[in-house]
Design a protein around this ligand. Structure first.
Ligand SMILES: Nc1ncnc2c1ncn2[C@@H]1O[C@H](COP(=O)(O)OP(=O)(O)OP(=O)(O)O)[C@@H](O)[C@H]1O
Length: 584
């Protein structure tokens, strides 16, 4: 129960409702207890009438009175049962809601490293499946637990007071039932966990096959994928059958043990009746009803135990994530306006998970309003520089300063709000194009969105779609071409109107003519902004105030376009190659 202590704060939050719920549960149970003894009274009235001890009129009025009491108690019990669910089950839903929000908020705070070391499926599972398991503890388990306790506390003494011998024999099989149900619930849990785990691998397989359908078709891999799907389905069927087999034991076992209890009650009760130890057959009927009332709660003791164990395991998994602190912590300094000076001072950086040394002793400065273009072979560390500026990672050695202050000391929100980043792999949400662009500035109107799209030279494309800006993009924006996606992503950064622009090779899928138009627009839009453009094309570098050429995480060359053309090296070679390519 150590892990489940995490929920205590929520129990405290909703204690009034919970307390009411407990009270109502007890009341609902007490009303339920009325019925069996009045059934017994009814049988006694009939017995007395048959023996001629009671006149018809008196018997009728007694019967009517008892029936009215039974119906009244049943109605009241039903009403309180309704209230019980309205309180306790509602509280469990509130707790589920709060816990999901807590986990989601925490996920949002965690750094990129966390997302790299945990699979998306696992993150989703903990926030949905595990939270649902925990809810079963916070609601149904508490509700049924109190119900069962109340019932045991009232009914068992009552049974012993009324007829101790029958009570003893009626109760003997019930602990066996409880243990058996516990045992079966555990096996059911183990097998259903296996089925669940299998289902998540099946959905991962299905999701990959659907996402990669164009590759599968292009390589004519459908038969192989079908075969793999077939064998996975077979494995799934076997696992589900295993589960179905133990599930099938649950109710028969319960019925068997109730049956045994009932036979004991009838046999022992019958013998006592013959011996005159009990006065009425009504007592036997009353006890049969008691046994039936006890069966479900007894079975539930086993079920509850396994629910609490599962909830504990699930909460443990949730706590594992909740206990993780973000690697990138906000320094807690007050928000500051950012002017846009960026300085790398002997910065080295190694990716913690792969141990790849991406940057080595790198120094450069970009002043507010300047444009820096970074060129270099693939894997030379260009994107890493942009990630470090946005503080997606912290450096190992050296210092990055923004406006002459170490980046770690700057309010994280101020820093990231000042940056408009266009990543290499444009990610668009499954939403309208309008909302995808508006993501950069929540309060932007349609006019501003159109303007941003025009600057990113994607407006004509968007207007060409039947639904224009209302076109909904599929998963990962698959309805757009690579170049269109890049340009929508640029529009999203432009509409943000940030202090610092970070463009990561975001024109790679755009033809050179459109690229030139966009670059001219960007030049205008970023006139007084600090701009860093990562690229493989000389065209992005020609007008830059500074150019860095990287190789293996180090600066190979730096200068302006004209300076670099005067020196032999990577830049000049690239220029000549791309120029001759263009001429051809
Ligand atoms: N998230 C990451 N985790 C671990 N290693 C990474 C990560 N991103 C990049 N690397 C490694 O760091 C090195 C530099 O990568 P980076 O993406 O900065 O290069 P790049 O110059 O931008 O390349 P490209 O031009 O292909 O985009 C590479 O060796 C790469 O494998």
């Amino acid at each position: 129960m150590k892990e489940l202590r995490h929920l205590n704060k929520y129990f405290r939050k909703y204690w009034v409702k919970l307390f009411l719920g407990v009270l109502i549960t007890i009341i609902a149970r007490v009303f339920q207890l009325v019925m069996p003894s009045y059934v017994k009274n009814i049988v006694e009235v009939v017995e007395k009438y048959s023996a001629g001890e009671l006149a018809l009129e008196a018997a009728r009025s007694d019967l009517l009175e008892y029936i009215a009491i039974i119906v009244g108690a049943a109605l009241l019990s039903g009403f309180f049962t309704f209230l019980m669910r309205q309180t306790i089950i509602n509280v469990s839903r509130y707790i589920e809601y709060d816990l999901k929000n807590e986990v989601f908020d925490h996920y949002q705070r965690l750094s990129l490293n966390f997302y790299k070391s945990n699979r998306t499926g696992d993150l989703m599972n903990r926030i949905s499946e595990d939270v649902s398991q925990v809810r079963l503890y916070a609601g149904p388990a508490i509700m049924y637990g109190i119900q069962t306790l109340t019932l045991f506390a009232c009914l068992i003494p009552l049974m012993f007071i009324k007829a101790p011998t029958i009570a003893f024999y009626a109760l003997v099989p019930l602990p066996v039932l409880s243990v058996l149900i516990y045992w079966i619930s555990r096996i059911i849990h183990q097998r259903s966990t296996r089925v669940q785990a299998f289902l998540s691998s099946l959905s991962t397989f299905a999701q990959e096959s659907f996402s990669g359908i164009s590759v599968i078709k292009a390589y004519a891999m459908e038969p192989r994928i079908n075969r793999e799907a077939g064998s996975l389905a077979l494995e799934g069927k076997d696992k589900s059958m295993d589960l179905a087999k133990v599930n099938a034991w649950f109710f028969p076992l319960m019925i068997l043990l109730i049956g045994v209890s009932n036979i004991f009650v009838i046999y022992v009760g019958g013998m006592q009746y013959f011996r005159g130890e009990i006065s009425s057959l009504g007592t036997i009927l009353e006890f049969i009803i008691y046994v039936n009332m006890l069966t479900w709660p007894v079975a539930i003791v086993g079920w509850l135990t396994s629910i609490v164990q599962r909830a504990e395991a699930s909460q443990k998994r949730i706590n594992e994530f909740l206990d993780q602190e973000p690697d990138i912590a906000d320094p807690g300094t007050p928000p500051v306006p950012i002017r846009g000076k960026i300085e790398f001072d002997r910065v080295s950086f190694t990716y913690p998970d792969t141990g790849i040394r991406a940057l080595r002793n790198l120094s450069f400065t970009v002043n507010p309003g300047e444009t820096l273009t970074i060129l270099g072979k693939t894997g030379s560390g260009k994107s890493t520089i942009l990630d470090l500026i946005a503080r997606l990672y912290d450096v190992n050695d050296g210092t990055i300063r923004i406006d002459d202050k170490p980046v770690e000391e700057i309010n994280l929100d101020s820093l990231r709000s000042a940056i408009g980043a266009v990543p290499q792999d444009a990610f668009l949400f499954s939403d309208t194009i309008e909302n995808n662009i508006r993501f950069g500035r929540e309060q932007a109107g349609l006019e501003q969105i159109r303007e941003a799209a025009a600057q990113a030279v994607v407006d004509k494309n968007i207007e060409g779609f039947a639904k224009g800006y209302q076109t909904v993009l599929g998963e990962r924006g698959i309805t757009l071409s690579g170049g269109q996606k890049q340009r929508v992503s640029i529009a999203r950064a432009l509409i943000k109107d940030p202090v610092i622009y970070l463009f990561d090779d975001c024109l790679s899928a755009v033809d050179t003519e459109t690229e030139e138009a966009i670059l001219a627009n960007l030049k205008r839009a970023s006139r007084d902004k600090t701009t860093i453009i990562v690229s493989h094309r000389i065209s992005s570098a020609i007008n830059a105030d500074k150019i860095l050429v990287l190789e293996d995480g180090r600066i190979l060359q730096q200068g302006t376009h004209s300076e670099l053309l005067e020196t032999e090296g990577y830049y000049k070679e690239l220029y000549i190659n791309q120029l001759s390519g263009k001429e051809n």
